[in-house]
Structures are given as structure tokens and as C-alpha cells.
Design a protein around this ligand. Sequence first.
Ligand code: NAD
Length: 485
Amino acid sequence: MKYSAIQNYISGQFISASTTKTMDVISPVDGTFLSTVPMSSYADLETAVQSAKAAFPKWSKTPIKERVQVFFKYKALLEKHLVELAELCSEENGKTYGESVAEIEKCIELTEFATSLPQLVTGEVLEVSRGVECRTEHVPLGVVASIVPFNFPSMVPNWTLPNAIALGNCMIIKPSEKVPLSCGRIAELLKEAGLPDGVFNIVHGDVEIVEAICDHPGIEAVSFVGSTKVAKIVYQRATHNYKRCLALGGAKNHLMVMPDAIPGMTAQNVAASMSGCAGQRCMAASAMIGVGAIDHIVDKICDEARKMIPGKNLGAVINKASKDRIEQFINEAEADGAKILVDGRHTVVEGKEAGTYVGPTVIDYVTPGMSVATEEIFGPVISIIRTNTVDEALVIENANPYGNAASVFTQNGGVARYVIDRASAGMIGVNVGVPVPREPFSFGGWNESKFGVGDITGKSSIEFWTKLKKSTTKWNPEAGVNWMS
Ligand code: NAD
């Protein structure tokens, strides 16, 4: 085992979980046995909640300009340890080193946004009448939880923790049991940055601990990022227990390619979107709808896809089950009559035979009913569906139950606007394959890609992590008794 057994992080200390049940953490890069992660119980969560509760009165009363000083230091530590954090991210998740560097850089950007919160949560004052004013202020919620997926071991935790904590909350995070190492380093860096003990805690585990988070009466709000199946479970269970909940789910993102699209740029964007992080991004292009005569662009997409070399500039998928599942989708598409133009099945990387790799895969002549057209594949696979008109393309895009991202590739501004107005997704791209909004704009999809109100990052997150206090004051008793006086 490369690293010592992973422990929970509570009250500023790494401590053993109360159970002896563990899971192995295996690197998808080459099958290295990295560590074991504890499957914590309700009792472990209880300890974390008590720790967070104890820290809350002092932390929430610390002025926000003081609270964000921790995040200025944390940002500097992320920069200082970028290489080490990126290496750990690649090791546990399987993405390439370059993709991990980009992930840590995004953590730095997210933290920068958190340091700007004092300018954004100033509250409002309205002069109602002579000497009478109404004032609003954002008040932290208390103990909050963040449940995160495997595909961004550092970035998704940093979607929630800097904002939630800078806004005065105390957080318990539940990392993915598949990639539990990065969160431990985040905890160490937050402590080094001066975050008081108990403000940030980690409880490892899987289903049992997620259910405990949804049920625990001491937790005020739950954010979740993961698959739609689990997002629905968490949203229902947490809100059933009267908690605030924002649950981001899976996706099936459609890129609509018009015949006038610039071929080289379009092909590069489509290939990068479908294969970045081995296709394990909730913003990945999964289906491409080619409108009209686009054969010349499909040829270039295949050329670009062939440049993705597993183990070099294309990372591994998370585990063997995932590799098998992706290859099964490709098998089904082939059996149903689709044409496999670039085939990534049965990929083995020399020297990393125990790694779990799928090569880039381009499937053409997919029909809307095939599983590769409807399911989230979460691998470096693009399914090309052909239509004659943009309206037919929009019918297909609108019919998919998800709604994270949709993009259009065209040189025609009118067509682009037409698609922006009609695509049923929260994040739209024009000639952009991965249309992630940058802070202060917020990240969040529509439909079955998100349950709950608001978005998870940017300005929108302020509403999720705080509650509004409204006070009305009068300091001129001589003005009369009418509230308008
Ligand atoms: P997942 O839903 O399997 O797991 C997410 C979290 O839920 C993990 O911490 C896991 O331990 C826990 N969990 C798993 N099964 C559970 C159950 N039955 N009950 C309670 N908790 C459970 O997701 P994943 O495989 O880790 O991540 C990939 C998924 O996340 C993809 O669907 C991807 O699209 C989605 N994702 C979405 C976004 C977004 O912004 N919408 C971002 C990243 C990932």
C-alpha cells in the first residue's frame, strides 16, 4: 500500500473511524494499491457534527473580511503545492497530469472568487420613511455538508468549501470513496492557512454515510454532486428531513454542428470535449448532432480523436467496471447498426497493463433510440446523430432528460441565437465544446441535471449558503405611530 490508511478529519485531527470496514483505493493509471478508505458510521458523523457545531459560534461571528484572509493564504498554498496536488489527483483519478494541473488551477480560481465575497454580501438598506429603514444581511446557516463525486477529486470540493466557509458556515465533506486522498491534502492546507479546527471536517464512506448526512438533524444544508440516480435519492431524503438541498446530477450533452461550422476548430473542440478527462466530465460532449452535409467535419473529428493516445494525452477511466460498461455501450451501438469510425475498445497501455483505459471512440449513424444516444456513457466516446435541419436537432436535444450543457457550432449568428433560445440546458456554448461559465457566473444545469433552486458556484451560491435576515428599525419616536411615518 503506497499511502497509510486514510482517516477521517475531525476537529483539525486525522482520526480513525469507529468501524473496521474499509474499501481499497486503486489507481486507475496502473492498478497500484494506493490506500484503504474507511466506511464511516453514523457515530463518526455525529462526532464531526459536534465538532462543526462547536466551531460555528466563533467562526460565524468572525467578520467576513477576516474569514477570507484564510482563503488568501489557502490560494497561495494551492499555488505553492500545485505540482504535488496535480500528481495526487492524476494518481487517484487517472486523468492526465495536464488535466490535473488545470483542475488545481480551477481550484485557485474558485478560491479567488471566495476572497471577493466581502464585496458581494454587503446586504442592502432601504430608507422606508423618516428615520425608518429596512436592512437585509446574509447570515450563515450553521453546519452544512458537501457530498462529492469521483471525477474531480479537488475541483468539486472547491466548488463548495471556499464559499460555504467564507460565508461563515462549518462544513462536513464526504469525498468519493474512489478518490479520497485529495481531500485530506485540502484539509492540511486549510489548517496551514489558519482555518480554525472544526470549521472543515471530512467523513469518508459510501451509501451509509450519505444517508446519515441526509438524516442528521444537526446539518442545515446538503450539497450533492454526482449521478442523477443518487442526486434524486439525496434530494428527496434531505428535503424530506427539512434541509436545504442542491443536488447536481448527470448529463448527456449535445453538440449541434452546422454545415457552415469552421471544420478545424469544430473538430478540435468536439474531440477535446468528448475525450477530456477520459470523457468523465459532466460537461463532456456525449452526442453530436450533425445537421446537413458535415462529412468533411466528421473526417476531421476522427483525425483529432486518433491523436488522443491512451496513457499519454488520454487518461484512464476510473475502474474496470467503468471500462466494461463503456465498451458494452459501444458493442450495443455496433450491434444496432451504428458505424464505429474510431474504436477505443480493448485498449491496453504498455507498462500499465493493470490500468483501465478506453481509447477515443467515434460512432457515426447513431439513431436517437440507441443507448449510446440516450445514456450518459462517461467515457471518451462521441455518438453522431444525423439530421437535416436545426429544428430536428433541437427536438432531439430537448427530448433528452438531462440539461447541463448544449453547444452549437456555426458561423451564423442568427442560427446561434436560435439555438441559445431553444436548447433545454442551463449552460450553452457557441463554438465552445465545454461551456463552463466562469465566476462570478454560476455553474448549474437544468432538468434532471440539477434538483433544487439556484446554482452551486459563483454569485448564486451565496443564496444557497446563507439565509437573509431582514430588520426594520425606527429611531425617531416623535414621528408618530404609523409604520410609514
Ligand atoms: P455517484 O452518484 O455514483 O456518487 C456520488 C457520491 O454519492 C459519492 O460520494 C458516492 O459515495 C455517493 N453515493 C453513491 N451511490 C450512492 C447511493 N446509492 N446512495 C447514497 N450515496 C451514494 O457519482 P460518481 O460516479 O462519483 O460521479 C459521476 C457522476 O457525477 C456522473 O453522472 C457525472 O455526470 C456526475 N457529475 C455531475 C456534475 C454536475 O455538475 N452536474 C459534476 C461532476 C460529476
